[in-house]
Design a protein around this ligand. Sequence first.
Ligand SMILES: CC(=O)CC(=O)SCCNC(=O)CCNC(=O)[C@H](O)C(C)(C)COP(=O)(O)OP(=O)(O)OC[C@H]1O[C@@H](n2cnc3c(N)ncnc32)[C@H](O)[C@@H]1OP(=O)(O)O
Ligand SMILES: NC(=O)C1=CN([C@@H]2O[C@H](COP(=O)(O)OP(=O)(O)OC[C@H]3O[C@@H](n4cnc5c(N)ncnc54)[C@H](OP(=O)(O)O)[C@@H]3O)[C@@H](O)[C@H]2O)C=CC1
Length: 283
Amino acid sequence: MSIQTVMVVGAGQMGSGIVQVAAAAGRKVLWHDLTMPFIDKGMLVIRKHLARSVEKGKLTVEEQTSIIGRILPTEDVTDAAKVDLVIEAISENMAWKTNLFQKLDRICPPGVILATNTSSLPITEIAAATSRPSQVIGMHFMNPVPVMPLIEVIRGLETSQDVFDAIFQLSKEFGKTPVEVQDFPGFVSNRILMPMINEAVFTVYEGVASVEAVDTVMKLGMNHPMGPLELADFIGLDTCLSIMEILYEGFKDPKYRPCPLLRKYVKAGRLGRKSGQGFYVYA
Ligand SMILES: CC(=O)CC(=O)SCCNC(=O)CCNC(=O)[C@H](O)C(C)(C)COP(=O)(O)OP(=O)(O)OC[C@H]1O[C@@H](n2cnc3c(N)ncnc32)[C@H](O)[C@@H]1OP(=O)(O)O
Ligand SMILES: NC(=O)C1=CN([C@@H]2O[C@H](COP(=O)(O)OP(=O)(O)OC[C@H]3O[C@@H](n4cnc5c(N)ncnc54)[C@H](OP(=O)(O)O)[C@@H]3O)[C@@H](O)[C@H]2O)C=CC1
């Protein structure tokens, strides 16, 4: 199964990273979001990162130009009919994702693989919304995509071996290390990471320590590159809350209850770096 053309849906922080990595790996990438200004914003981010790589001598100007040339923005989702693989990276919301997968299922010819970058939603449930559950798979990149070497490759209940092998191989061609994971809430990464972040929020909520103090403890005491609250802001507090809700709902275990402070911040629109304020304020 050769994958040469890819559509990425969603021009947020994950979508732009996935587009950059796929284009750098020589794939032609159609990039779709609901409106062109979102894609334009994402293109600026990619151009900035590539320009930095050129400045540092990690990329030639010719390579930079050809990577940009392989990225084709489109407002028309029916362009998905032209690709071998669609990677969905829209917001972490099951209704929006199943709606999109139903649409993609109608648009794409048989044989096109539909992958989701969901952080925690059940792949099997997303697959069941389509008429091709054997061709639906989880391809979970880490943030920031161009830097982090891992991709969790998640098998839905019906994912075929051919599709699994093709995505595992493609992940390697993207320069990443794929790890096989079964379809359970939060997979491996967020089942372990997100309760730690949630516990850090509880630590602030209960007045044990300040935001800065919690992050300093984890950075200097545990050698984490970012403190858990800084990382929560980086991921997006809306995404963190959605993941905690999915763990709580999926396991029905109170240990996964989201901290009320996390919920409060999301309700207030404090989503972290992307909205300008979360646990920290960004310029
Ligand atoms: C929620 C989920 O479902 C799953 C997830 O993704 S969970 C989140 C997983 N990610 C993490 O845990 C990230 C933790 N943080 C880190 O690893 C580091 O802080 C970091 C890599 C983000 C930044 O590292 P740093 O050393 O502090 O910064 P900096 O020196 O500026 O950057 C290091 C490199 O990363 C690049 N970089 C940093 N941020 C970047 C971004 N957003 N996009 C692309 N490249 C980026 C820099 O250009 C630099 O590249 P070079 O080595 O080629 O010069
Ligand atoms: N943030 C992280 O660290 C990680 C996130 N993920 C997962 O990746 C996915 C995206 O997350 P992230 O990039 O952070 O989110 P963002 O909020 O940064 O971006 C989501 C983008 O998707 C767009 N969008 C929403 N609905 C549609 C649709 N129907 N069609 C096309 N575009 C749409 C949004 O547009 P609009 O603003 O108009 O709604 C927005 O541009 C989520 O499933 C998340 O769980 C996975 C790994 C890490």
